[in-house]
Each structure stands twice: as structure tokens, then as C-alpha cells.
Design a protein around this ligand. Structure first.
Ligand SMILES: Cc1cc2nc3c(=O)[nH]c(=O)nc-3n(C[C@H](O)[C@H](O)[C@H](O)COP(=O)(O)OP(=O)(O)OC[C@H]3O[C@@H](n4cnc5c(N)ncnc54)[C@H](O)[C@@H]3O)c2cc1C
Length: 261
């Protein structure tokens, strides 16, 4: 059950000029948050912009009651949010999303993400580590200037492969190429992915080809965040007898074979 609460902005920092990390005090959310879930944030207390903005939970700490999220400044909403000051109260709805990352009885997993799509994968990897699941993470960025959070991701997995498309840092090429190489020796029980659409499509196709279960998180544009406005529909081809599902309510995480992206 999501909460709608005013949460104190405890800390704000910029990881890059356009990438902002916020830590809020939200014990209710930290206690129940599941990997893959997100928050709907009112960026300002004024009427405009009216719609909340969806941002994934990067880290939820039940002990401190703090929840972290990281976002890229894209347009008006995220720009305004980035200007909020430490100590202010943010109007937050969450945790949202019934479709979350699930571990089933997996022992050995691969996690792959690209660019700003890596944010929800941190909480996932952290939980996997806590559950004693062996995880290997593959993250890709376009170039060295865009690389973020390398050390933080290293801490929450058994092995991290970082790649840049142009080879300006770490491994050269798309992250998925390294996953493909590894799968030849060691097939993971499941692949988890979040990132740009072309990467998600490639991961979806590869997992299907190799017959590996795969869970993907979709970051479709959305408005209400609770399944009322039906703005974030995605074509559904799974077992349920419906043609569309909604990223906000049924997702954001889906079994890769169940959705057409
Ligand atoms: C479930 C979910 C989780 C998300 N988690 C994160 C996160 O952890 N960190 C993060 O940086 N972003 C995340 N996003 C994307 C984020 O919500 C949007 O970037 C944000 O709402 C843009 O708002 P804006 O007012 O700044 O930009 P707008 O003025 O609304 O849009 C500016 C530009 O961004 C594009 N855009 C807007 N929304 C999206 C979207 N969902 N996907 C791709 N492009 C978009 C628009 O087409 C436009 O070109 C998430 C989205 C969803 C649905």
C-alpha cells in the first residue's frame, strides 16, 4: 500500500551537472520498499507542474529510515526538483509499482543496465547480495564522462563489468556483448535489466534465444502513477487475457517475454 507523505530532504548532491542524488527521510517507505519500485514526486508545492514525476528507488535503508533516488535533469519537472533545498519537505507518493524484481529461487543472476537506467538496479543488487545470491553486473555508458556510481555498484555485487560504447573508459563496447560472452561459460538463472529501449530489446531477444528467464524494468512516460489515467500502457503478450498492461500499476518490472517493447 503506497503512502503519500511529506518527507524531509536530508541530503542533495550533484553527481554530474545534470545528475542529482537526493536522500529523503521516509521510514514508512524504506520499511516496505521492494526492488524495482519507484516514487511519484511532486517537484514543487505549486499547482504547476501538476503531475508528479516518477523516479526509481536507488537505495532504501530500513535502519536509518532513509530513501535515496537519483535523477537526470531532463525537462521542467526534474529541473525544479533539482533546485529543492536540504531541509525542505517533499511531497512523495510511494513505494509504487506492483511488478517488482523477484528472485524466485535463483542462485546465480546477471544484472544489466545502461546510462540512467542503472538506478533501480542498485537496490536490486543490494538485496541479492543480502540474500546470498551470486550476482554479476554489466553496466554501460556512452563514454567516460557519463560514468557514475562505479564504486557503489562494485560494493553490491560479486563482479562488476563496466563498459563504454566508445572505449574511453573500462571495457570497449556494449555491456550486452560481455554478458553474451559470459553466458557461453556460465548461464545465469535469470537476467535483470533496465536501460534505454534498444538495450532492453537486445537483452529481451538474447534471453529468449538462450531460454533464460528475464525481468525488465520499463520507464514509460507516465502521469498519475497509480493506474488511473492509463497513460503508460504497454502491449502485453503474456498469459493473462489482456492486450495491454500499465507500467505504473502492473510494472514497472515485467517478465521480458510478456511484453512487446
Ligand atoms: C517507473 C519510472 C522510473 C523512473 N526512474 C527514473 C530514475 O530513477 N532516474 C531518472 O533520471 N529518471 C527516471 N525516470 C524518468 C523520469 O521520470 C523522467 O525523466 C521525468 O519524469 C522527466 O520529467 P521532466 O519534467 O523533467 O521532463 P519532461 O518535460 O516531462 O520531459 C523532458 C524530456 O524527457 C523525456 N521523458 C520524459 N519522461 C520520460 C521517460 N519516462 N522515459 C524517457 N524519456 C522521458 C521527454 O520525452 C522529453 O524529451 C523514470 C520513469 C519511470 C516511468
Amino acid at each position: 500500500m503506497p503512502f503519500n507523505i511529506k518527507c524531509k530532504l536530508v541530503k542533495k548532491e550533484f553527481l554530474k551537472d545534470d545528475i542529482c542524488r537526493m536522500i529523503i527521510s521516509a521510514p514508512e517507505i524504506a520499511k516496505v520498499a521492494k526492488p524495482g519500485q519507484f516514487l511519484e514526486i511532486r517537484v514543487v508545492d505549486n499547482i504547476q507542474p501538476l503531475l508528479r514525476r516518477p523516479i526509481s528507488i536507488y537505495n532504501a535503508d530500513e535502519n536509518s529510515g532513509e530513501v535515496e533516488f537519483i535523477f537526470q535533469i531532463k525537462g521542467e519537472g526534474t529541473e525544479l526538483l533539482s533546485k529543492r533545498r536540504e531541509g525542505e519537505l517533499l511531497d512523495i507518493m510511494g513505494p509504487l509499482g506492483y511488478g517488482t524484481f523477484k528472485f524466485e529461487d535463483y542462485k546465480n543472476i546477471a544484472i544489466i543496465g545502461g546510462g540512467i537506467g542503472i538506478f533501480p538496479l542498485h537496490e536490486l543488487s543490494k538485496r541479492a547480495k543480502e540474500a546470498g545470491i551470486n550476482s554479476k553486473i554489466y553496466i554501460g555508458f556512452r563514454n567516460k564522462d557519463l560514468v557514475i556510481l562505479e564504486d557503489e555498484f562494485k560494493k553490491v555485487c560479486n563482479d562488476l563489468i563496466l563498459a563504454t560504447d566508445d572505449g574511453s573508459y573500462a571495457k570497449n563496447g556494449f555491456a550486452i556483448n560481455f554478458l553474451k560472452e559470459d553466458v557461453k561459460q556460465n548461464k545465469p538463472d535469470c537476467i535483470y535489466a533496465c536501460g534505454p529501449l534498444p538495450m532492453l530489446k537486445a537483452v529481451q531477444a538474447f534471453a529468449k534465444e538462450e531460454n533464460i528467464p528475464c525481468q525488465i524494468s520499463l520507464e514509460e512516460r507516465m502521469a498519475c502513477g497509480i493506474g488511473v489515467c492509463l497513460g503508460c500502457a504497454v502491449k502485453y503478450v503474456g498469459k493473462d487475457n489482456v492486450n495491454y498492461k500499465h507500467v505504473c500499476k502492473n510494472g514497472p518490472v515485467f517478465n521480458a517475454n510478456d511484453v512487446e517493447i
